[in-house]
Ligand binder design. Structure first.
Ligand code: BG6
Length: 369
């Protein structure tokens, strides 16, 4: 039931903090991560895994991209992310040392189910991340980590996305622990970062209210671009997908570093560009690079909406609007930065008078290939 909310989507975005909290529940104890869900695969088989392939569609695939950054960094296992419907038609290299991780909210997406069956037949280990108890995909997999986002009704996925990222990060920490690639202290620090996310999303939900006005003056907008770098890149893709799905606006997400290799040609006066800005505390110093991207597009007349860390003074002079997000470790910023983009897609669709929960031509779970 919608409760007092204007749409299921509005309700489900408000449940993003809870989706993360419930997905963490019982999986972090005494500063360490243990996923007994992996037991059916077994420690010995897991220790021999030399490659991970994440398969998913839509929003779940963007969650998978974030999982790649975290799992590789923490466990040093190479991770590829592939759309389910591309995966099985290209003769992928799979063996018993390959761990295939499928991600699906519904657990019924036919493209992902067929990819899972293909992977098991090719003797890969298959772990599924799923939000629906007893769905077909988990039944066809060797092991399953359930996300506990609760039922998601709106077609556009929101709370399931943050829960999927949470589950992938837990998986990354579990693998890092079993391989010894992170120290106990590092695991505890990252686990604490995850546990702090729900309260931080609550803060983001409050500051994101300003997006409503933005959405109202953008109802005639024909095109919106999203830029992000590193973990901000999948967030940019997710922001663009939401605008396509919900507001029927042409939108594209780009890796900010790619701007000069093509997309900057699209920038003309008035073009709206959302930029996901990494923290100025970022040790890889991507922050100045993204700020200079903002200057480049601003100089060509773009209107910039920045999603940046609270107190990031470098962004202020160049952005038309700044959505401030709380401080978090670099890998964890996407769980915060994505929230205003979910709200923006919903608000713009609502401002255009569209059905937020049931966009045209889309279904919640696509059970045909
Ligand atoms: C699409 C939905 O058809 O399927 C998306 O419109 C969703 O919102 C995608 O992300 C994948 O669905 P699932 O259930 O496999 O996560």
């Amino acid at each position: 039931e919608k409760g007092g909310w204007s749409s299921f989507m509005a309700k489900e975005i408000s449940e993003e903090p809870e989706a993360v909290a419930k997905t963490l529940l019982g999986r972090i104890t005494d500063g360490t991560v243990h996923l007994s869900e992996l037991d059916p695969i077994g420690d010995e088989v897991l220790a021999n895994v030399d490659r991970i392939i994440v398969i998913a569609c839509g929003t779940a695939a963007y969650a998978g991209m974030l999982g790649k950054y975290a799992i590789e960094k923490w466990s040093r296992i190479p991770v590829e992310v592939e759309l389910s419907h591309e995966f099985r038609y290209r003769d992928p290299i799979l063996n018993e040392r390959t761990l295939v991780v499928s991600i699906s909210q519904s657990g019924e997406t036919m493209d992902t189910l067929m990819a899972v069956k293909y992977a098991t037949a090719a003797s890969a280990q298959v772990l599924s991340i799923c939000n629906t108890q007893g769905a077909t995909i988990p039944r066809e997999s060797h092991a399953v980590i359930y996300t506990h986002a609760g039922p998601e009704v709106a077609v556009a996925s929101t709370k399931a996305f943050v829960a999927q990222v949470t589950a992938l990060y837990l998986l990354g920490l579990h693998l890092a622990k079993s391989r010894g690639t992170l120290t106990a202290e590092e695991i505890a620090e990252n686990a604490a970062e995850l546990q702090a996310i729900p309260a931080k999303i609550d803060e983001v939900l409050v500051v994101s209210q300003s997006i409503k006005q933005l959405a109202h003056w953008m109802t005639d907008t024909q095109s919106v671009l999203f830029l992000g770098r590193n973990v901000g890149y999948p967030v940019a893709l997710e922001g663009a997908l939401k605008l396509k799905e919900l507001a029927y606006i042409h939108a594209e997400g780009f890796a900010a570093g790619e701007l000069k290799h093509g997309p900057i040609a699209l920038i003309e006066p008035g073009q709206i560009v959302f930029v996901v800005v990494p923290s100025p505390r970022d040790p890889n110093s991507l922050h100045p690079k993204v700020v200079s991207n903002i200057q480049e597009i601003r100089a060509r007349g773009a209107r910039v909406i920045a999603i940046a860390e609270k107190g990031d003074a470098a962004v202020l002079p160049f952005a038309d609007e700044v959505i401030p997000i709380p401080l978090a470790g670099s890998l964890f910023e996407p769980l915060l930065a994505v929230v205003p983009l979910h709200i923006f897609g919903m608000e713009l669709a609502a401002a255009k008078g569209l059905d937020v929960d049931q966009p045209r031509n889309l279904a919640k779970s696509v059970t045909v290939e």
